[in-house]
Design a protein around this ligand. Structure first.
Ligand code: NAD
Length: 484
């Protein structure tokens, strides 16, 4: 077989990286017991240096994200830096309590014993991240791994190389490689990491790659947390405050240029408020992003991450329009800077690709419905979403929707914001994910809840059931069945 010099170089680079990751993996496994036995104070200190580095390098983080996809500085502050600062402070405040073994009741049949749940670090963990919040989605799970006492190998996304390089620099400066190490690279590097047999994998990304991760994890029976995506609907019912809903929806949808896992993917709008909502959405887009000119000139509106995704989105739009969809706002795009205007799309149907795949960009299809059963059936017909939003002034109606649909999380008269509450678990269900992140739930993701039962020496009620199974033992069993 002929191999071009380029292929040979790439192959030997990958081979070198694989050898390097095997070396670091062995080091982390050897160091695992030391990290495991650190106390809350030591873990809090590690989180503190992480926080201090991050706050001291705020301009560098903003710059990396601007270079990756022109993310506005305020959005970097709010969704990448502040979000991690809060995650760290929450963990620092509560860690000692999270780590403490929890005493649980012991049934009478175990008389004399005491029971507790202890939190054992899962061990050497792999954290794989996507590109859309490329700083936050690497560092936030790492905060949980550090809190739980796990060494970690981290793979940022290759699609945001400036942020990946910055994360690499930060973690190399702050931690020894036997505790935290970064491996940059694409799917080949990710594939090699997945072959290593980690104690836990925390993956954030698409459902398609989530399946690859779960399959690889199965080879080693590695536990997984899968933070995936999907089509998150927002339902606006006849009682909704249309102006309020429009303000929140436009923010949640076009933040990060629509590249948010919990962005409203499409709207289901009850017919009576359909036209007023469409008008309110159009006005709000103008007010937010084009107060005195064009959206394309707004410093507050980011860009699509790369040409491939830009082309994917413009094609979604073009094929929808060819099949009869109508662009009622936006639609303008330019290839050179991966710009796509905030776009509202009506007259869509299920046959269009835009209604079949997660949009993950600034296109918002709007679908009218007549009855709430119709809206609920529409949602339940698809995969279980990561988030579901309801805009309604009737709390009973909102609850009805919550009780008849399934989703990872939900927001009523709010969207995207539920992930800011560290007291809430964040995660999906089935196609949108497995397990939870954030706060205590993130700590739990990296911890094994070990059941410990301590009995006194020379004593156990169970001995009444020991063999040989004579008639009196059987009578004792029958009595136990009846009374305990
Ligand atoms: P992705 O699945 O393509 O990539 C995620 C990671 O997997 C990257 O590090 C990438 O290098 C790696 N990867 C890609 N192909 C691989 C392969 N064949 N084998 C092994 N690893 C591979 O996702 P993305 O495009 O970076 O991010 C977008 C997706 O992530 C969306 O579906 C979005 O909804 C989801 N997401 C979910 C959350 C959440 O918290 N639930 C947050 C952000 C994004």
């Amino acid at each position: 077989m002929n191999t071009s010099p380029l292929t040979t170089d790439a192959t030997s680079d990958l081979q070198r990286t694989i050898r390097e990751m095997q070396r670091v993996f062995t080091l982390q496994r050897a160091h695992r017991p030391i990290v495991r036995n650190t106390d809350a104070a030591a873990r809090r200190r590690k989180l503190q240096v992480l926080k201090e580095w991050m706050l001291a390098h705020r301009p560098d983080i903003r710059d990396a994200l601007y270079r990756d996809f022109r993310k506005p500085a305020l959005e970097v502050d709010a969704t990448e830096i502040y979000a991690i600062k809060k995650e760290i402070e929450f963990a620092q405040r509560h860690l000692a309590r999270w780590m403490r073994p929890k005493t649980v009741p012991t049934p009478l049949t175990m008389l004399g014993a005491r029971s507790r749940v202890t939190y054992e670090p899962r061990g050497v963990s792999l954290i794989m991240a996507p590109w859309n919040y490329p700083f936050y989605l690497v560092v936030s799970p790492l905060v949980s791994a550090i809190a739980a006492g796990c060494p970690a190998m981290v793979k940022p996304s290759e699609l945001t190389p400036h942020t990946a390089a910055l994360v690499h620099r930060m973690l190399s400066e702050l931690f020894p490689e036997n505790e935290v190490a970064v491996f940059e690279g694409d799917a080949d590097v990710a594939g090699a990491l997945l072959g290593l047999g980690f104690d836990h994998i925390f993956f954030t990304g698409s459902p398609a790659v989530g399946k690859i991760v779960m399959k690889a994890a199965a080879q080693h029976l590695t536990s997984v947390t899968l933070e995936l995506g999907g089509k998150s609907p927002a339902i606006v019912d006849e009682t909704a405050d249309v102006a309020d809903a429009a303000e929140k929806l436009v923010w949640g949808k076009f933040l990060n240029n629509g590249q948010t896992c919990v962005a409203p993917d499409y709207l289901l709008v009850q017919r009576t408020v359909y036209q007023p909502l469409v008008e309110a959405l159009k006005n709000t887009i103008r007010r937010y992003y084009a107060p005195g000119g064009e959206v394309a000139d707004s410093p507050d509106y980011g860009r699509i991450v790369n040409a491939r995704h830009h082309q994917r989105l413009t094609q979604l739009l073009r094929t929808a329009v060819e099949a009869g969809a109508e662009v009622v706002a936006g639609g303008q795009s330019s290839d050179g800077d991966c710009y796509l205007a905030p776009t509202l799309l009506t007259n869509v149907n299920d046959g269009m690709a835009v209604m079949q795949q997660e949009i993950f960009g600034p296109i918002l299809p709007i679908i009218p419905y007549a009855t709430r059963e119709e809206a609920i059936a529409y949602v339940n017909n698809g995969d279980k979403p990561l988030a579901l939003y309801i805009f309604s002034q009737d709390s009973a109606k909102a609850d009805y929707v919550l009780e008849h649909t399934s989703s990872g999380g939900a927001g009523v008269n709010e969207c995207v914001a539920h992930l800011n509450n560290p007291h809430l678990p964040f995660g999906g269900i089935n196609q949108s994910g497995l397990g939870s992140a954030h706060g205590y739930y993130g700590f739990r993701a990296f911890s094994h809840e070990k059941a410990v039962l301590k009995q006194r020496v020379g004593f156990t009620v169970l001995k009444f059931l020991y063999p040989p199974y004579t008639g009196s033992v059987q009578r004792m069993m029958d009595w136990t069945m009846k009374w305990f």
